[in-house]
Design a protein around this ligand. Structure first.
Ligand SMILES: Cc1ncc(COP(=O)(O)O)c(C=O)c1O
Length: 462
């Protein structure tokens, strides 16, 4: 009997035009490199990395259309034509009338936190993101996590683990008063929960609740097209809508948004602050001049803004998003074959290894996820990142370590960069480390910077 043909439902909607060599290193070379990097994958030199799954931030492959746009950079100090092209597309795809460019996402977070927050305020959010929370805290706010409990459970398969718990949010508003909450900070998908989306229903409910109390709603739209894709796949009534239509509807519930363009927009650098609030816009337009550059370039070259404008057009293409998330899912399914403990459902931008179950013999003070990321690098030169106790940092009030429930290693896929063979090599390496996991003894932190310690902390092997 002829073998039954099972057809794949997708392949990449592009082909390779230019290649960049990457280095293959020996185990001895990697041992030296990771020791010198203090067992922190952020401190490795890129030349010592084989497959770089540290982040999807600024590491994506631009299209020929974007590269062609780079040649059309109008590098005028003021009023660059690329700024206006970008602004047109911000209006078109996010539906926000006002916009200032910034050099990357955290610069937009800085501006919005400075504009909206007064010391003593509270910012509720659907789990924290590292730079977002820090800017909110530096502006004087206390961040309160109001995500649903399921988001903190690695194996819980709730389809919308990015949802806000309405009871938690309302209880906070009643406790501290609406006047102390300048805005609710909502991200989608939620990076730290494993790339988990929120549903449109939850967004609408949050909108009604915040509206009732006169609290503003702001959106970290860094990977919003992935959230839109999950809504299309999982939420009734959205099956036949386009990614662009779902994105526009999502944005219609927010007062404003910020974006790290280094993700969805598939560029190497750039950020967006956009709003429908004229007063906030006027302040942002003024402050961007102080911290970033004139409001028509915000720390970017004209050519970067053109690549962003064109990236906005490409990010909503269904086949692009499907292939990107399909690659993440492929990695997850292959890892499952070796029983590697993972976060479920698989996220939009990354596969998250559950280090607590991967290394159950290590208590959290021995930095299991940090140890695991460095062991995977040692095995194969594949670079991932820690998303656990190191990333979570210290409580700003008590100075004590925070112990997040999720202790994860993130393997993040840059868009349009790696092939299926690269993923297979990654899977084999993780499986090998999983087989040898009992040999891993943990790490001791020997250097800790004050802010965002995961970027620069150093460790020694126990
Ligand atoms: C959800 C989210 N928000 C904000 C940022 C900050 O953006 P940037 O790295 O461009 O400063 C990131 C970056 O990783 C992110 O993932």
């Amino acid at each position: 009997m002829a073998k039954k043909i099972i057809k794949r439902s997708w392949a990449e909607p592009f082909k390779i035009k230019m290649v960049e060599p990457i280095s293959m290193t020996s185990r001895e070379e990697r041992e030296k490199a990771i020791r010198e990097a203090g067992y922190n994958t952020f401190l490795l030199k890129s030349k010592d990395v084989y497959i770089d799954l540290l982040t999807d931030s600024g590491t994506n492959a631009m299209s020929d259309y974007q590269w062609a746009g780079m040649m059309l950079g109008d590098e005028a100090y003021a009023g660059s034509r690329n700024f206006y092209n970008l602004w047109d597309n911000v209006k078109k795809f996010y539906g926000m009338p006002y916009f200032v460019p910034t050099h990357q996402g955290r610069a937009a977070e800085h501006l919005i936190s400075k504009i909206m927050i007064k010391p003593g305020d509270y910012i509720p959010g659907n789990m924290y993101f590292t730079t977002t929370r820090l800017h909110q805290e530096l502006a004087g706010a206390t961040f309160i996590d109001v995500i649903i409990n399921e988001a903190h459970e690695a194996q819980n398969t709730h389809p919308f683990k990015g949802n806000i718990d309405l009871n938690k949010l309302e209880a906070l508003i009643k406790k501290v008063g609406a006047k102390k909450i300048p805005y609710v900070s909502m991200a989608g998908p939620v990076n730290m929960a494993g790339g988990q989306p929120f549903s449109m229903k939850n967004l609408k409910d949050v909108y009604s609740l915040t509206n009732k109390y006169g609290v503003k709603l702001w959106f970290d739209a860094t990977r919003a097209t992935e959230n839109a894709y999950f809504i299309k796949l999982r939420e009734k009534g959205y099956e036949s809508k386009t990614i662009a239509a779902i994105l526009k509807e999502m944005c219609s519930y927010y007062d404003g948004l910020w974006v790290s363009a280094k993700k969805d927009l598939m560029v190497n650098i750039g950020g967006i602050l956009a709003t429908r609030n004229k007063k906030v816009y006027e302040e942002a337009r003024n402050m961007v001049v102080v911290y970033e550059g004139l409001h028509t370039y915000g720390g970017l070259a004209g050519r970067d803004m053109e690549a962003m404008a064109r990236g906005l057009e490409e990010m909503v293409l269904f086949d692009n998003v499907k292939a990107r998330i399909g690659q993440v899912e492929y990695c997850g399914r292959e890892l499952e074959k070796y029983n590697v403990p993972l976060v479920y459902p698989f996220g939009g931008h990354a596969i998250f290894l559950d280090a607590k179950r991967f290394l159950p013999h290590l208590k959290q003070d021995l930095f299991p996820a940090q140890s695991l990321a460095s062991e995977i690098y040692l095995d194969s030169g594949v670079r991932g990142m820690e998303r656990g106790i190191v990333s979570s940092g210290r409580d700003p009030q008590t100075g004590k370590n925070q112990y997040p429930k999720l202790e994860l290693v993130r393997l993040t896929f840059p868009r349009r960069v790696y092939t299926q063979a690269h993923i297979d090599v990654t899977v084999e390496s993780v499986a090998q480390v999983f087989q040898d996991r009992k040999k891993i003894k943990g790490l001791k932190m020997v250097y800790e910077p004050k802010y965002l310690r995961f970027f620069q902390a150093k460790f020694k092997k126990i």
